[in-house]
Design a protein around this ligand. Structure first.
Ligand SMILES: *Cc1c(COP(=O)(O)O)cnc(C)c1O
Length: 974
């Protein structure tokens, strides 16, 4: 017997075989089931030759290294991470040090029960994370003093931009100007300008208080923004200004800080209409800029035009309180280009962390943290004054501003030596922001940095007795906040641990079941990919840290950009957008800017096939483009002739086509190259929505078949977990002619500013959600060129296997060449609904009784389920899902032939709770056992939904978006 070679033995523990669900023997079985001999043959049968790598010189195989083992990849990344230097940060400007409670770090941020969950569209299996988000909403509403708050936005700067457009939608003023008080974070001003310009709005910045008051009195604005506390630290009562703003039929927007608001008079008591900010300093690491959850709170009157997601309380079929996404759920899919925003993926995981931080510390704990920060700030100020540095402003919460004059350079040199980062502003003033992590020793170090040589340093204890508070009495918060029991119960670690576990246990995430959501690509988020995210070398870097401290991040970013360019065939990549929709926006802005640079700024028509994801038209609208919808043919393909007609008709004004490839109908259109040619011939650009890249990596490259720009969803194809609805990263990848128009990486003149890009910033931080980029870097490194291609091929195989095995039971709506689907298949439930009254939604809910998360419901075709198994699901898991679907089909057949009642059957009443099936009373026409254990395997392993079917209509009619009333809450937790 020949013994295996060392090479072969070394191959054994390759990551590729862990990431890809089926092993080679199972792949062979599945190939036989779909009627092909090899993965290559299957790929050839599915993917049009014109675009396929290998067959077309333009689409060469991936020029990426071969796979590394987990240990090798982590060691490489360690070496990169160690090139970052974590200085003590006093930069502030929207990003502050914070202690992530370890119990939250490990049991939320590092816990797959939380990070592998999906956006809570299926309410019954998402009650746990929705409770956490209701806590977030309650926390934001309470602290800001507003009536209602949403469950996270992408970052503070984009939240301000959303507030601006909400104000424009809601204000009666006819002005097109948004007035901004000058002392606002610079990144906020940048993003505001980017967002305002294509909409024809003007951002007017009042550089001084006098200028602000003059403009305020003049009244030419629809909205006014102030930062409270101001970017350089001072605090003021804006109540009188609110009256002026309202007198001019405009809305008053506050950008604020949640920690400060535990001590300060809330904006809601000063006449605010909309309040936004970041919840980062509630326990979420700096991470070189993100991901962090922003929030928006507003008056109740504006709730129906609020952007982002809102969790509401409704009732379930038994009348018990149950959470659900309310109002604008999937709003873009319904309202398309008239949608209030393009936000789809937001920052759920980070919002959950921030809410748990508040649950853990409670109102007193938060106020104590804030008071310590405020006290240290007051002591620091008093000491600086002794050292000859008067602060510019008399009031402060955590930030002081100093005008050091000639001493500036020496101070900055000493700071560098002490490994301290300070904020230096354009006018030479220096700002110091303190935070939860600041110690007495830090304050002493800061004094030594500011002290002239030989000067005696003050003492913290001595100054504590003397330093006056910097918060004016009139600006102190007087009312209570976070009174709800949830914020006053779980303060011991055991209590919080169990609360978080109890919530996680209510939910289905990928740690329990496949989540076969078409278009969402819920693939493995490998532990080795996740581990680097919380390394301090990545977590503790301020986004505005000097470039020489962020060498590791720069290398990581440059390498990942190159990997993604290679996978897509484009020339340049921006990692700034922090969601897919944000990437769409950045890409369309680049197209718009390119047309303008050629004197063709009048081009504003964007063709979008009717099958497109709702964010596409919503993003086009935000770029000031007009959407022209094109048709799809009977087999689900985009209709080339309709595109040709539309391109001809709008030839002079054609800006772009936005198409998803392979389409959201799950097919590889043969005509994609021709479509690119048609659009180019009429002067337009081709935008390919890359959300379906999981069907393409290693097989075909959009940048090589004629597309000009794509966004990717790293939280789909490249393994960043969905986090229950965010974070995400939506890189924008472009051909070279568009590269100069990508978002600028950093505030102009700032340290991160890369001057090669001319585009405006679309996110607050230069590299968006930088701290989760290691996940995608790890994925590509672990898979290598061959592994990535195989992953795509198995994704195609898994989808076809599901479609084929379910074919006798459910029709797949659209197929492409050779009767095959791409990486997902649409199961058409409409004929069954016609015959039996059983809807796709009933099937989705019945799957919960089998312990499965439903496939995508009614997108892109109403009345259907779209299944995307991904390459990570094993044959065993696929068969488990298929068995459940077949069993459900048999139940539908029983309804069809009268063995089950048309109304009183387990499908219509699904899902079934433990309470229902174990209740003394059982009135249904079908047995309890069928309700709860429709397959024998469920007797060994059973998921019980905490609520029965949630009433959507009741929820939208009775919008209630805060923690449930105390009595009902007590009843549930007693
Ligand atoms: C997921 C998805 C998007 C939006 O991505 P987000 O990250 O949620 O903003 C856009 N288009 C398609 C086809 C998608 O599947």
């Amino acid at each position: 017997m020949s013994q295996p070679s060392l090479r072969e033995l070394e191959q054994h523990d390759a990551f590729v075989g862990r990431h890809i669900g089926p092993n080679d023997a199972e792949i062979a079985t599945m190939l036989a089931a779909v009627g092909h001999d090899s993965l290559e043959a299957l790929t050839d049968a599915i993917v049009p030759a014109l675009i396929r790598s290998g067959t077309n010189a333009a689409a060469a195989p991936l020029a990426l290294p071969e796979s590394l083992t987990e240990e090798e990849a982590l060691a490489r990344l360690r070496a990169i991470a160690s090139k970052n230097q974590a200085f003590r940060n006093f930069i502030g400007q929207g990003y502050y040090g914070t202690h992530t409670p370890k119990v939250i770090l490990r049991n939320i941020l590092e816990n797959p029960a939380w990070y592998t969950a999906y956006t809570p569209y299926q309410a019954e299996i998402s009650q746990g994370r929705m409770e956490a988000l209701i806590n977030f909403q309650t926390m934001c509403a309470d602290l800001t003093g507003m009536e209602i708050a949403n469950a996270s936005l992408l970052d503070e700067a984009t939240a301000v931009a959303e507030a601006m457009t909400l104000a424009r939608r809601s204000a009666r003023s006819k002005s097109n100007t948004f007035l901004v008080a000058g002392d606002t974070h610079p990144q906020t001003l940048e993003v505001l300008r980017t967002r305002a310009e294509p909409l024809g709005l003007a951002v007017e910045v009042a550089r001084s208080t006098d200028a602000f008051h003059q403009k305020l009195a003049a009244g030419d604005y629809f909205g006014v923004l102030v930062q409270y506390p101001a970017s350089s630290g001072w605090i003021a009562d804006w109540s009188a200004d609110a009256e002026a703003v309202h007198g001019h039929q405009a809305l008053f927007v506050f950008a604020t800080d949640l920690l400060a608001l535990t001590l300060l008079k809330p904006p809601g008591e000063m006449g605010a209409d909309i309040v936004v900010g970041s919840s980062q300093r509630f326990g979420v690491p700096l991470g070189f800029g993100g991901p962090h959850a922003a929030f928006m709170a507003c008056r109740d009157a504006y709730k129906r035009s609020m952007p982002g997601r809102l969790i509401g309380v409704s009732v379930d079929a038994d009348g018990n309180p149950a959470y659900r996404l309310t109002l604008q759920t999937r709003e873009q899919h319904i309202r398309r280009e008239k949608a209030t925003s393009n936000i789809c993926t937001a920052q759920v995981l980070l919002a959950v962390m921030a809410s748990m931080y508040a649950v853990y510390h409670g109102p007193e704990g938060l106020a104590r943290i804030a008071s310590r920060v405020a006290r240290l700030t007051a002591i620091l100020a008093a000491g600086l004054r002794r050292l000859g540095h008067a602060t510019v402003h008399a009031s402060a919460f955590d930030t002081l501003c100093i005008e050091p004059g000639d001493a500036g350079p020496a101070i900055l040199a000493r700071a560098r030596e002490a490994r301290i980062n300070l904020r230096v502003r354009g006018n030479g003033s220096i700002c110091i922001s303190l935070d939860e992590t600041t110690t007495r020793a830090d304050v002493e170090t800061l004094w030594s940095v500011f002290a002239a040589d030989g000067a005696a340093l003050p003492s913290v204890d001595a100054l504590d007795a003397q330093a006056p508070s910097l918060i004016p009495d009139a600006l102190r918060r007087t009312g209570p906040f976070l009174q709800h029991p949830v914020f006053n119960t779980h303060h011991s670690e055991h209590e919080l641990l169990r609360y978080m576990r109890a919530l996680a246990d209510k939910d289905l995430a990928m740690d329990r079941t496949m989540i076969p959501l078409g278009s969402c690509t819920m693939k493995l988020n490998a532990t080795a990919e996740m581990i680097p995210v919380t390394w301090p070398e990545f977590a503790d870097i301020h986004p505005l840290a000097p470039a020489e401290q962020t060498e590791g991040y720069r290398q990581l970013i440059a390498e990942l950009e190159a990997m993604l360019a290679e996978c897509t065939g484009y020339d340049a990549v921006s990692l700034q957008p922090n969601s897919g929709a944000q990437g769409e926006y950045a890409g369309l802005l680049a197209i718009r800017a390119w047309h303008r640079s050629r004197g063709e700024g009048h081009r504003d028509i964007c063709l979008i096939p009717e099958s497109a994801h709702g964010t596409n038209p919503a993003s086009a609208q935000m770029c000031g483009m007009k959407v022209v919808v094109t048709k799809c043919d009977a087999s689900g393909n985009v209709d080339v002739e309709d595109i040709r007609r539309a391109a001809e008709k709008h030839s002079a004004h054609l800006a772009a086509i936005m198409m998803t490839y392979p389409s959201t109908h799950g097919v590889f259109e043969e005509d994609v190259v021709e479509i690119c040619e048609i659009v180019h011939a009429h002067g337009g650009q081709v935008y390919t929505d890359g959300a379906n890249m999981n069907a393409l990596v290693g097989v075909a490259k959009p940048g090589k078949w004629g597309s000009d720009v794509s966004h990717l969803n790293l939280h789909k194809t490249f393994c960043i977990p969905h986090g229950g609805g965010g974070p995400g990263v939506g890189p924008c990848a472009v051909k070279s002619h568009l590269a100069p128009f990508l978002p600028r990486a950093g505030i102009p003149g700032g340290d991160q500013d890369d001057r090669t890009s001319r585009g405006g910033m679309v996110s607050a931080a230069a590299y968006g959600s930088a701290s989760i980029l290691p996940i995608s870097w790890m994925y590509v490194t672990l898979m290598g060129a061959t592994g990535l291609r195989k992953a795509t091929q198995v994704a195609l195989l898994n989808a076809n296997y599901v479609s084929k095995r379910l074919a006798p039971h459910y029709a797949t709506l659209y197929t492409g060449r050779n009767g095959l689907v791409a990486h997902e298949c649409i199961l058409d439930l409409r004929p069954l609904e016609k015959a039996t009254g059983i809807s796709a939604e009933d099937v989705a809910k019945r799957l919960i009784d089998f312990g499965f998360h439903a496939p995508t419901l009614s997108f892109p075709v109403p009345g259907t389920l779209m299944v995307e198994p991904t390459e990570s699901e094993s044959l065993h898991e696929l068969d488990r899902f298929i068995d459940a679907m077949i069993q459900i089909r048999q139940e539908i057949a029983a309804v069809e032939d009268g063995r089950l009642d048309r109304e009183d059957n387990p499908l219509r009443h699904a899902p079934h709770t433990a309470l229902q099936v174990s209740g003394s009373e059982w009135t249904h026409a079908y047995p309890r056992e069928l309700a709860a254990f429709p397959l024998p395997s469920l007797k060994l392993q059973k998921y019980w939904p905490p609520v029965s079917r949630v009433d959507n209509v009741h929820g939208d009619k009775n919008v209630f978006c805060a923690c449930i009333p105390v009595d009902a809450y007590r009843e549930r937790t007693a």
